[in-house]
Design a protein around this ligand. Structure first.
Ligand SMILES: [Ca+2]
Ligand SMILES: [Ca+2]
Ligand SMILES: [Ca+2]
Length: 225
């Protein structure tokens, strides 16, 4: 009797019952490929994806789209497009030139929604213009950019809201004249930068995103699409 064909050996990088890594690119997962880890997987070293948390299912250089809920979305080594959709999302592009799609502010929150605050809008955890990262607010046309540092009051009142203060400071630069003023204004607030966008030119911010742990040096006029 002829011997039955044996099943193929697990791909290199798999470690017993801890799941497998599936390099579909150049073998080092530097170009393309995706990864499936079981819960509890802690060994990112063999996947060559130190920027991806255990358990993530993701592709490289692909569109990573969230839901209306608060999502955490983590890109890989490639050039990813991260779109959290609604909710207050935490977006991490990882390496590569990533595009972060940012939606509108909840200017008048509905029932069950929270007012916009620094912790209550989308956050980009690793914005890096030097990598070619871009923020996509959906603005079309020529855009003017400015930036400033918010100086909190020496003795802030109990209800001091740094987000509202930053938004007001940004809107003071946006101006009500559609043909003047700035369309994008970045505001340094403590250790973070909040980028505000006036998409319709009426002098009010329509969208905003927090760049966590960033400085004004890390974002500029050429970083928007
Ligand atoms: Ca979301
Ligand atoms: Ca990436
Ligand atoms: Ca506006």
């Amino acid at each position: 009797m002829a011997a039955k064909a044996q099943p193929a050996a697990p791909p290199a990088g798999g470690n017993g019952n801890a799941g497998v890594h599936l390099p579909l690119g150049n073998g080092n997962n530097e170009h393309g490929g995706w990864r499936v880890d079981p819960p509890g997987q802690v060994d990112n070293e063999h996947s060559n994806r130190p920027d991806a948390p255990p358990g993530q299912i993701g592709k490289f250089g692909e569109d990573l789209t969230g839901t209306g809920d608060d999502n955490t979305i983590v890109g890989g080594l490639g050039n990813d497009t991260l779109d959290g959709q609604g909710g207050n999302d935490h977006l991490t592009g990882g390496r590569g030139a990533d595009k972060f799609v940012i939606g509108p502010l909840d200017v008048q929150p509905g029932e069950g929604e929270n007012p916009d605050t620094i912790g209550n809008i989308d956050t980009i955890t690793d914005f890096n213009a030097a990598d070619g990262d871009k923020i996509a607010f959906g603005f079309v046309g020529d855009a003017n950019y400015d930036e400033l540092t918010l100086d909190p009051p020496a003795d802030p009142p109990a209800d001091y809201d740094p987000f509202a203060a930053a938004k007001a400071a940004a809107e003071a630069k946006m101006g009500a004249d559609q043909n003047a003023g700035f369309d994008y204004v970045s505001v340094q607030v403590g250790d973070d930068v909040i980028v505000f966008a006036d998409l319709d030119g009426d002098g009010t911010a329509d969208s905003a995103v927090v760049l966590a742990g960033a400085t004004l040096d890390s974002v500029g006029a050429g970083d928007f699409v």
